[in-house]
Design a protein around this ligand. Structure first.
Ligand SMILES: [Zn+2]
Length: 76
């Protein structure tokens, strides 16, 4: 459900050199209400916007809607 996603913030640790998650550029999920810090080194996280997934949703929506649009233009 999309509701589950809204309960999680995605963050990236920038403590490169001192933190495994920063070194591997891992995206960390932090539940809303919890401290927005790296679980590995405890440093502040930088929030990551879920650009890829929303772009995927848009593309997926176009792909899904395309046959309907094509059908509508043929029949009209
Ligand atoms: Zn870290």
């Amino acid at each position: 459900m999309a509701q589950n996603n809204a309960m999680v913030r995605k963050g990236k640790c920038l403590n490169i050199g001192n933190c495994n998650k920063a070194n591997s550029k891992e995206i960390v999920d932090v539940n809303i209400g919890e401290d927005f810090v790296c679980p590995d080194c405890g440093g502040d996280l930088v929030e990551v916007k879920a650009v890829k997934s929303s772009l995927g949703l848009i593309i997926g929506g176009i792909v899904l809607a395309w046959p309907l649009l094509a059908q509508a233009s043929i029949s009209s």
